[in-house]
Design a protein around this ligand. Structure first.
Ligand code: NAD
Length: 484
């Protein structure tokens, strides 16, 4: 199939690729070169309305289609994603700045996994019945909601876009989906793939555009009955303020400030390798990345020396080069934000142990947005650097003496997305897992994912859980039927 993309990308509405009614477009930039590589529609309320009408027309047939048929179409989408791995991975890397090997190994395979997982999950989705003996019986109908909105961020573009769309479609909903305006390419290509896979027109509509125009008009539309959003806490709060008075169902996956808690007795080598990965994969732009490394006092110096040596060896460079461990920061705006965070850390008294500077990569990437992996110490838990999300290749080191102190430090955050614990003592692992205020706890691993598990955060990291049955519960209405 032809997965090339034109300079002017279009919306995918009712099975057609069409431009925005306003005629307004936004630049799409390759952050590794700073070049404009395409333009996307900045869709407004009229485009949203056309998409909603298409979804409305498609809903009766799609919601009633047998699960076996839904399975075949969603599974076909997964197969086509796999078949087009190279093209999709190149598009992701050229738009996001992440190393190509990472797009190939993580982002695109996970996108097909998401479709395959929910293609099969819907075949096994069952509902409860509650017997009242001779008086009667209740059973629960799990019905699709109708039209739902899925809005995703730029850090894992196709991975997170499909993580929402696949369960929404599997549950029988019609979807209005919007990728980030910063990384729209693979979402555009997904429209082509869905079309080729035989997804009926109007079942999935992909609208391109900015958050405050396109995104907000999706959230505001009275016929869009649920919103699944992943992005910043700031935008999540704003979306909630619009959606709550309209009584829309809301799933919010927001920011994080995750702690890695490292005890003396850990498996040192594994902890070291994984902590490098959890700190800097995707240039630190994963909501699950560790940003605060908490070390037992007795291993602080040993960890610092070895960690710094390994961080300094991470090659930052052209994302297309296989040796590059770190690619470009996603955009100029985000690059400036991360650089400003480093300046704030210095002003707060932070000691920059390594990194702290922008990097000029020679050749084709000389204008790109690259930052050295940065490690900072000597900052109190309460400072901005240790409290606010940076979402870049920047981590801080702090020390603790007791388990209680480690828990207090880790929980000293308005966020509660993930926490990582390194210990060979199973009892410590269990106690920490129970005490840490985060929706996802990894003990002796990081980003080890089973798609059946609940995924999401506490506190300012969000509301609701994605993954497994949770996503299918979210995208369905429960209706109790009581029969005497
Ligand atoms: P963002 O909030 O700026 O944008 C996310 C998406 O929401 C984009 O598609 C954007 O266009 C849209 N949007 C923005 N304002 C909107 C509005 N008013 N109404 C409707 N839509 C709107 O976030 P980002 O900068 O793209 O992504 C980075 C953030 O995402 C970080 O805070 C990160 O922690 C978070 N994130 C969270 C998870 C998670 O699972 N918890 C996963 C990945 C990223």
């Amino acid at each position: 199939m032809d997965l090339s993309f034109p300079y002017y990308l279009e919306n995918y509405i009712d099975g057609n690729f069409i431009g925005p009614l306003s005629g307004k477009f936004l630049d799409v930039i390759n952050p590794a070169t700073a070049e404009v590589i395409a333009q996307i529609p900045d869709s407004d309320e009229r485009d949203v309305d056309i998409a909603v009408h298409a979804a409305e027309r498609a809903f009766p047939a799609w919601s009633q289609l047998a699960v076996e048929k839904k399975f075949s179409i969603l599974n076909k989408i997964a197969d086509l994603i796999d078949e087009n791995l190279e093209v999709l991975a190149n598009a992701e890397t050229n738009n996001n700045g992440k190393p190509l090997w990472l797009s190939k190994r993580m982002d695109i395979p996970r996108a097909s996994d998401n479709f395959r997982f929910y293609a099969t999950a819907i075949m096994h989705f069952a509902s409860a019945s509650h017997s009242m003996g001779k008086k009667g019986i209740n059973y629960t109908l799990k019905q699709p909601i109708g039209i739902v909105g899925c809005i995703s961020p730029w850090n894992l573009p196709l991975y997170l876009f499909t993580w929402k769309i696949a369960p929404a479609l599997a549950a029988g909903n019609c979807v209005i989906a919007k990728p980030s305006e910063v990384t729209p390419l693979t979402a555009f290509l997904l429209g082509k793939i869905c079309h080729q896979a035989g997804l009926p027109n109007g079942v999935l509509n992909i609208l391109q555009g900015s958050g405050n125009r396109t995104g907000e008009n999706i959230v505001k539309h009275p016929k869009v009955k649920a919103i699944s959003f992943t992005g910043s806490t700031r935008a999540g709060a704003h979306i909630a303020s619009i959606a709550a008075p309209m009584f829309k169902k809301l799933s919010l996956e927001l920011g994080g400030k995750n702690a890695s808690i490292i005890f003396e007795d850990c498996n040192w080598q594994k902890m070291m390798e994984e902590t490098i990965r959890s700190s800097f994969t995707n240039q630190g732009q994963i909501c699950l990345c560790s940003s605060r490394i908490l070390l037992h006092r007795n291993i602080y110096d040993q960890f610092k020396n070895e960690f710094l040596e390994k961080v300094k060896a991470l090659k930052v460079g052209d994302p297309l080069e296989p040796e590059s461990r770190q690619g470009a920061i996603v955009s100029k705006v985000h690059f400036e934000k991360v650089m400003q965070c480093i300046e704030i850390a210095k002003a707060e008294g932070g000691r920059i142990l390594c990194g702290g500077h922008a990097i000029k990569v020679e050749g084709r990437c000389e204008n790109g947005y690259f930052i050295e992996p940065t490690v900072i110490e000597n900052l109190p838990a309460s400072c901005k650097t240790n409290q606010e999300e940076i979402f870049g290749p920047v981590v801080t080191l702090q020390s603790f003496e007791t388990e209680e102190e480690a828990i207090a430090l880790a929980n000293d955050s308005t966020y509660g997305l993930a926490a990582i614990v390194w210990t060979e003592n199973i009892s410590v692992g269990h106690r920490m897992a129970a005490a840490l205020e985060a929706g996802i706890i990894w003990v002796n691993c990081w980003l080890l994912r089973d798609l059946r598990t609940p995924f999401g955060g506490m506190k300012n990291s969000g509301v609701g859980r994605e993954g497994g049955w949770d996503a299918l519960q979210f995208f369905t209405e429960s209706k109790n039927v009581c029969i005497a």
